[in-house]
Design a protein around this ligand. Structure first.
Ligand code: NAD
Length: 389
């Protein structure tokens, strides 16, 4: 079949196998060309390994520092007539290339929040790696079933206490408008913490520890977004920010059990991913940020951010902020970038968008997540969606 993008709201329901493989290869090339990364952590577990920051973390550790990896992600398999999720194609493309480079690359596909997938992953660690030196937690999900109670929690991306009015962007039409987002109920706020807070991270570390598969001196990382005042009302001061604050609590709890350098929350920059596309206001901010940072020569996507994290920020001595976090959002939040962002934000409208921001690049970046719009791929060719190349 000819595979084309089918966009529904903020997701694309198709993915291109060859395009996804090309996207994975490009990220590998970025790391290889930049050169080897010094790291003693050669046995790595990546939770949420198939797209976005998790995929970049797996690639950087494998192709930058020669690590063997086990990845966990939630995917849809292909059929004769339906494409797989982009993450499924990315996983296959990654495994093939990592194995060709002589590395172990095992992927467990299923619900990382469940006890069954934790047990399955531990069995894979025992069989293939023995123990784990680094655990990267990069899950982004709108829903979580509590493994103890079976209760299903859904996140709600909303402000706390009072309604927020903000500019927003319809990335399909290019229209900039004002939205009013009603505040979350206490129950919605609590559910968001259940889904995106630190509880599952702690459950993973406890399960790995009990199974004896955590190496002495292991490190675990969890990714957060802090952002600037432009997105605070909907993000940092909203339900998601509350959930992210819970990561700081969980990191401190892990450190108190396993040592001062065992767990860091890492603040990353805003990039176009499946998860970030679903957050109101963020696509408008992201469209503007792409243009402003590119103009300043500071543009970075997932692979550049994660490469910088492992190549520079995690090299000893690790510099932490006052809240014990590693900051790779330093360029985005620099006053040079934010002063320009604030100035342009005030001028943003449907009419000025093309001059101030980069919607074309934002759209192109979004399509690339699903394997579309990559150079060198013949999109007119007949492809079997089960063909992983
Ligand atoms: P993403 O949507 O690209 O990736 C999410 C990953 O989680 C995928 O591999 C997906 O398969 C996996 N996943 C989701 N539900 C799962 C489940 N139940 N079981 C197993 N795997 C599951 O997201 P992303 O943007 O890379 O986000 C990763 C982390 O980075 C999040 O914590 C996010 O808050 C953080 N972050 C993102 C941004 C951004 O702008 N995108 C900025 C800073 C921090």
């Amino acid at each position: 079949m000819i595979i084309e993008p089918k966009i529904r709201g903020f997701i694309c329901t198709t993915a291109h196998p060859i395009g996804c493989a090309t996207n994975v290869q490009r990220q590998i090339d970025h790391v290889v060309v930049t050169g080897p990364i010094t790291s003693s952590r050669k046995r790595v577990l990546v939770l949420g390994c198939s797209t976005g920051y998790g995929l970049a973390s797996r690639i950087v550790n494998t192709f930058g520092s020669g690590a063997d990896t086990i990845g966990v992600s939630f995917e849809k398999e292909p059929s004769e007539t339906k494409t797989a999720s982009a993450g499924w194609y990315n996983n296959r493309a990654f495994e093939k290339r990592a194995k060709a480079a002589g590395r172990v690359a095992i992927t467990v596909e299923g619900d990382a929040f469940s006890d069954a997938i934790k047990a399955d992953t531990i069995a894979q660690i025992r069989e293939h790696l023995g123990q784990i030196d680094l655990i990267v937690y990069s899950l982004a999900s709108p829903v979580r079933t509590d493994p103890k109670t079976g209760e299903v929690y859904r996140s709600a991306i909303k402000p706390m206490q009072s309604a927020v009015r903000s500019k927003t962007l319809n990335t399909g039409t290019g229209e900039v408008s004002e939205v009013e987002i009603q505040p979350a109920t206490a129950e919605e706020a609590q559910a968001t913490v259940k889904v995106m807070g630190g509880e599952d991270w702690e459950l993973w570390i406890a399960a790995l520890s009990e199974a004896g598969v955590l190496a002495d001196g292991f490190l675990t990382l969890n990714y957060t977004y802090l952002g600037s005042e432009l997105t605070w009302p909907i993000y940092n001061k909203g339900t998601l920010g509350r959930a992210k604050a819970d990561l700081d609590r969980a990191a401190a709890a892990i450190r108190s059990q396993f040592g001062a350098d065992s767990a860091y929350v890492v603040a990353l920059k805003a990039v176009v991913t499946q998860a970030s596309s679903a957050i109101p206001v963020v696509p408008l901010y992201g469209t503007l940020l792409l243009r402003v940072m590119d103009e300043m020569g500071l543009g970075e996507g997932c692979i550049e951010q994660i490469d910088r994290l492992f190549r520079d920020k995690l090299q000893p001595p690790v510099v932490l902020d006052a809240d014990h976090r590693v900051r790779v959002d330093d360029w985005e939040l620099s006053s040079t970038v934010q002063d320009e962002m604030t100035y342009r934000w005030g001028l943003l409208s449907t009419e000025t968008l093309a001059n101030l921001a980069d919607l074309d690049k934002h759209r192109a970046e979004f399509l690339k997540l699903f394997g579309f719009g990559l150079g060198g791929v013949d999109y007119a060719a007949d492809v079997d969606p089960r063909d992983i190349g």
